[in-house]
Design a protein around this ligand. Sequence first.
Ligand code: CAA
Length: 284
Amino acid sequence: MSVNKLLVAGAGQMGAGIVQVSAVAGLDVVMIDVADEFIERGMAGIEKGLGRMVERGRMEGAARDAALARITTSTDMAVGAGADLFVEAAPEVVEIKAGLFARAAVILRDDAIIATNTSSLSVTKLAAFVTNPARFVGIHFFNPVPAMALVEVVKGSATSDETVAAARAYAETVGKTPITVSDSPGFVVNRILFPMINEAARAFAEGVAGAADIDTGMKLGTNWPMGPLALADLVGLDTTKAILETLERELGDASYRPAEILGELVAAGKSGRKSGAGFFDYSR
Ligand code: CAA
């Protein structure tokens, strides 16, 4: 089945990014969230992202306007009832996601695909909340969505080959390169990336070097586009900690335990860029 109409739950960094790239690719998109203020913030981010593309000569003003016109927003999921694909990009809380999947399964067509953008939860376990788990799949984007070329298509134990093929085709439609991965903690990228970020946090806490020097070291020493501590700030230190906790718990290996500095910064209200500070200060 080909995807022409999309329903996205969550107007945060990830949800808004998914909406942006899908609308640019010509899909009709409905973006929902629980409150108008979240939707307004998500739309402001999309307008800024598209404005940047126009400024850089990568998109015509008319194409930007057409993309924005393809986006509908609502706090009522029923507005997206005609969608071919539902992508959940809500907080990583099972109860919230379960409620969204249960509602989506009621309002969507029986053959519509139901996807999660989860970065840390089991796709197989989340599939238990829909009536037909063969149509349930992980579609994992990377942050910032418009700039990152990869999508991990995650096959749960009940996901059908047709659903995987449709998810891969959707990823290609929105300009991404899909890889198919099995439902294993952290999938491919986070499993490898987050232990490296954790090691950078530990090195910082031990005073091996200052935050700027650690990041400069990894940028210039390994050609990372940004340093691991700035990347943790971009992802969010709360999310970073949650991903490491999942790896530790699900893989049963204490070497993944989050560096204590992550919990300390989060407890101090420094969750990274979104809160104005993390390893670095973003208030100015
Ligand atoms: N909308 C549209 N385009 C955007 C955009 C947006 N919101 N954000 C960035 N871009 C585009 C820019 O227009 C630019 O494109 P061109 O070069 O074609 O003009 C390109 O992305 C690069 O952006 P910038 O020039 O502004 O900035 P930069 O060159 O310093 O790169 C970066 C910024 C893309 C964030 C880069 O530093 C980078 O790739 N960092 C690593 C990011 C990363 O590793 N992300 C994965 C995190 S892990 C994750 O997400 C998984 C998870 O589950 C938590």
